[in-house]
Design a protein around this ligand. Sequence first.
Ligand code: 13P
Length: 249
Amino acid sequence: MTIRPLVAGNWKMNGTTAALREPRLLAGMLRDVKLKTDIMICPPATLIRRVKSVMKGSKVRLAGQDCHAAASGAHTGDISADMLKDAGCVAVIVGHSERRTNHKETDAMVQAKAAAAHKAGLTAIICIGETLDERKGGKTLGVLSDQLKGSVPAGATAANSVIAYEPVWAIGTGLTATAKEIEEAHAHIRAELAKVMGGEGASTRILYGGSVKPSNAAELMGVPNVNGALVGGASLKAVDFIGIIKAYL
Ligand code: 13P
């Protein structure tokens, strides 16, 4: 089965007006490129419309970094999936480890957010991943099973859901999981998805995230069951991000 890969850039809490230079450059670099992968940028909410505008005419799609589980209401500071859709997004990240840690988000909360994304017509990019302690304790695969079971909502399909495996210890640290570690985790996720999503699991994209850079992208993207990347730091500069996208050209 061929699965069209996805390379998504998560800008996290980075970027003001000056940062619009990078997506503008990226759109230029991609102009004559025949892409074999989908590409998304997940800017901070304040820049979604403006990034979309500077990339007008390119195939790059926009995604949010988080959404609330409710469609609207008294939730100061939060953003709903409908609002992201309205701003021009096609997808939203839910359950990023930084949200799970800094905002105490549980699997149940992540599942509710993913369901809200689906209801709004967005693809949910559902993040899972073990901490260093969990890996050292030999708990990695069990943690991934639990997170998948708890975070993927009913009604998830290959079209409306993407799984991102991001080992917490590899995020922003410069440490990447080895190809062998990634292969093991992704094979496990693929097998577990069959239980959680039935037949849809076989064609659902599983992204790797955690210190993906131009120098390691080709190796990591070549690992079985890796269907793209969720990129943090290296998505902030167009030359780095295109270097990762090139793994698929
Ligand atoms: P880095 O690529 O900066 O390690 O971040 C990964 C990540 O958290 C993407 O969501």
